[in-house]
Design a protein around this ligand. Structure first.
Ligand SMILES: Nc1ncnc2c1ncn2[C@@H]1O[C@H](COP(=O)(O)OP(=O)(O)O)[C@@H](O)[C@H]1O
Ligand SMILES: Nc1ccn([C@@H]2O[C@H](COP(=O)(O)OP(=O)(O)O)[C@@H](O)[C@H]2O)c(=O)n1
Length: 221
């Protein structure tokens, strides 16, 4: 039986770090759905598409192909790099991620990737929309200040010029956008287990989730 693990939560709560480590230890696939929203958001922004225009978005997405191979993403055959990891790309992902057309396009792809395999998928609507039948659903949270500090350290390490205050403002704005949008909002799934990582190390979060996985997925590792 496949083991499906959904990790949802706001920006900087630790989803990517924890999901990657879990997938590695369990020897199963991993999917970062946020990267897909960043790819589409950045592309639509660069095409000058109005986030509110369904027609314009539909027209562009009809000519877009996104592939996911061995943990790498390709947009129209071109491998995606760190250009999607900027704070601004996260803002575009949020802006265009509120469009029903973008969500339909990406959710279909995400469901195809998650089908018929054990996988750890992370994002905002995995436990509610992409993998509602996941045996393990985690809602990973942390205070906005802790999340902004983590994102600040992360981007600084990448050599990017960032301001903590600006990151905090963007994180609070994205939280609001993500949780208040009409379609597939960031909400805790009824059967999700909430974990606050504000005062936990990565290892402590991973261990907590592994315990739940072993119980629900009957995995030995
Ligand atoms: N529990 C934690 N304690 C300290 N730092 C963390 C923790 N979880 C994640 N981080 C760090 O915070 C930054 C953001 O984590 P990330 O996994 O990208 O969050 P998300 O995917 O939820 O946006 C990364 O640099 C990561 O190493
Ligand atoms: N399943 C998902 C994943 C991301 N997103 C959107 O994409 C944005 C960027 O997602 P991300 O996971 O890369 O962002 P971080 O949490 O890493 O900052 C989020 O703020 C959401 O607006 C979404 O709507 N649904």
């Amino acid at each position: 039986m496949h083991c499906k693990i959904a990790i949802d939560g706001p920006a900087g709560s630790g989803k990517t770090t924890v999901a990657r480590e879990l997938a590695k230890r369990l020897g199963i696939e991993y999917l970062d759905t946020g990267a897909m929203y960043r790819i589409v958001g950045l592309y639509l922004h660069n095409c000058g598409v109005n986030p509110d225009s369904t027609e314009e978005i539909e027209k562009i997405l009809n000519e877009v192909s996104i592939e996911y191979k061995d943990g790498e993403y390709y947009l129209n055959g071109k491998k995606i790099g760190d250009e999607i990891r900027t704070a601004q790309a996260g803002v575009y992902a949020s802006q265009y991620g509120a469009s029903p057309v973008v969500r339909k396009f990406l959710t279909k792809l995400q469901k195809e990737i998650c089908a018929n395999r054990s996988i750890v998928a992370e994002g905002r609507d995995i436990g509610t929309v992409v993998m509602p039948d996941a045996q393990v659903k985690i809602f990973l949270v942390a205070s906005p200040e802790v999340r902004a500090k983590r994102r600040y350290e992360e981007l600084k390490m990448k050599g990017l010029e960032v301001s903590y205050d600006e990151l905090l403002r963007q994180i609070i704005e994205r939280d609001k956008l993500d949780s208040s949008r009409e379609i597939a909002p960031l909400v805790k799934a009824e059967d999700a287990i909430e974990i606050d990582s504000s005062n936990l190390s990565v290892e402590e979060v991973v261990e907590k989730i592994l315990e739940i996985v072993k119980e629900r997925c009957k995995l030995t590792r």
